[in-house]
Design a protein around this ligand. Sequence first.
Ligand code: 3PG
Ligand code: MG
Length: 400
Amino acid sequence: MGDRRLDEADLSGKRVLVREDLNVPLEASGAITNATRIDAALPTLQMLRERGAKVIVMSHLGRPDGKVVENLRLAPVAAALSRALGCNVTMAPDCVGPQVQALVAAMRDGDVLLLENLRFHPGEEANDPAFARELAALGDLYVNDAFGTAHRAHASTVGITEFLPSYMGPLLAREVHILEEITQHPKRPFIAVLGGAKVSDKIGVLNRLLELCDALVIGGGMANTLLAAKGVEVGRSLRDKDLGPAQEILAKSADHHHGRARIHLPTDAIVAKQLSAEADTRDAELGQLQPDDMILDIGPGTAMDFRGVILEAKTVLWNGPMGVFEMDAFAAGTEAVGQAIVDSGAVSIVGGGDTAAAAHKLGFAEKMTHISTGGGATLEFLEGKQLPGIAALRSKAPSA
Ligand code: 3PG
Ligand code: MG
């Protein structure tokens, strides 16, 4: 591999442009509802400061689509970083241009500057070389630490590596290492606990997990689609319209030449007539749903079954809640599964923003082995795809 080693680089007095994924969920008030990505970036930023770098942090936030969107400014993130690092983090008014250049020129060693949302410029997502060059002009070297954005070929993750000596950051390296470990040498049984909305989005990763894992435990909207594909009535539950991909997965799992994993689906569910915290709910056996029922969580019988499967695991990958955990009435299934993962003592990797949020809300976050900062990036990695952000670093020759 051509990875340059950041730990061997002389950073003292250097302008280090570091790409983090600080794309955190924000409320309209600017309150950050889940700081996993900020917390995960802190050790890298602290390390760069301690080594005497001028730390210029880049990130995107949301999908402003190439123009300024006021409520997608990074100011709340700068404030959170200032508090967590215990130093002033200056918020730049933009990510390129003369004002930003002046701010960079005034930096002292150990200072931290946060550039404004990269996606306010169309050149970011277009991976425009002119924009990448403008970013690169701000620094002496580039560090990509943004695992959560490694599946995007953008100017700040790929294009910029053409213009600066480029290094893999410690957070990105750690995320990749953990995923390589569980895909290459998982301690078995290796069980994936999957939920979330759609099967069609995740068909590639499901195919791969069928081969990689010993069992798949599936709840949430994904289970509804698989159940519907088996001909089970799921009423008005959230599910994919197209059942083709789900049927393919079921056929593949039944054919033992293809996969090793057994698929465990819910046998009962918490259902209601509408998605509301006040709705009347009941536990229904699957097969006995009415056409106007909605499945909003796995049922207690299923939670017990899933617990039994999960307790056997030595490695668990958890992606996707079992139900609408944001409402207490529909959180029990996700809570039961999270508790089983903790009780199993398995190496546990949690991926995806919703799942990390559930783990925090339900109090499991501290007890998991690793909460990944990647959602889409984790899934694409598991699918076996090359992540462009990582490939760009690896394709560059090592420094002399
Ligand atoms: C994410 O949250 O998925 C990453 O930050 C990448 O953002 P994107 O999906 O908008 O490209
Ligand atoms: Mg995404």
